[in-house]
Design a protein around this ligand. Structure first.
Ligand SMILES: C[S@@+](CC[C@H](N)C(=O)[O-])C[C@H]1O[C@@H](n2cnc3c(N)ncnc32)[C@H](O)[C@@H]1O
Length: 178
């Protein structure tokens, strides 16, 4: 178990290679289905993986995949979430909302070290008593899921303009909910 009061160096670790799908294929129970699943995975875009760093940490249990549905962009004083075009139909009705919950991935901390941190001094201040990350909003945690509420300014095509978000530019967005 590690504690942290100052940030380790940030490092982007979106995987450059596709994850191994051998275990999932085996679970499908038939060679034909396994081959189909492997083919689909090979054609799919590179995922933000919850597997690689956690597995290096010796984490046990099933592995679940998530893929970005969009990206946080910050430019010229505006903050937007640019949704991947294939997910644009999922935006129907978004323009009626005044605020949304945005789930995103702390991708710069997606390292074995970043995901091994289980206790922190909140707000990186050693004066704050140590707390478990599940009792904090720390960007270091086993699963690097972040949650922020944002005000919707405008929705155009596949772009949601929001008032702001505490995500770094070009952060992968996992989901949006009302
Ligand atoms: C304290 S966390 C809270 C995030 C979210 N509101 C939550 O509660 O889950 C916000 C901080 O995470 C860090 N952060 C934002 N985007 C990140 C990313 N993509 N990778 C790593 N750290 C990030 C920034 O330092 C930011 O100030």
């Amino acid at each position: 178990m590690e504690s942290l009061w100052c940030k380790p160096p940030l490092k982007c670790s979106l995987p450059r290679t596709r994850p191994q799908h051998g275990r999932r294929g085996a679970r499908l129970g038939s060679m034909a289905l396994g081959a189909l699943g492997f083919l689909a995975a090979a054609l799919a875009p590179l995922p933000v993986t919850a597997a690689s760093a956690a597995e290096q940490n010796g984490a046990a249990g099933p592995v679940y995949e998530v893929r970005p549905i969009g990206w946080v962009r910050k430019a010229e004083g505006r903050t937007t979430i640019v949704i991947e075009p294939q997910y644009q139909p999922a935006m129907m009705g978004l323009a009626d909302l005044t605020s949304i919950w945005v789930l995103y991935w702390f991708d710069r901390n997606d390292t074995p070290h970043g995901r091994s941190i289980l206790q922190v001094h909140p707000r990186n201040d050693p004066a704050n008593p140590l707390r478990g990350v599940f009792a904090t909003r720390s960007p270091f945690r086993p699963n690097l899921i972040a949650l922020s509420q944002c005000r919707v300014i405008a929705v155009r095509d596949n772009v949601i303009e929001i008032d702001g978000i505490d995500a770094l530019p070009d952060t992968p967005v996992l989901d949006i909910k009302p």
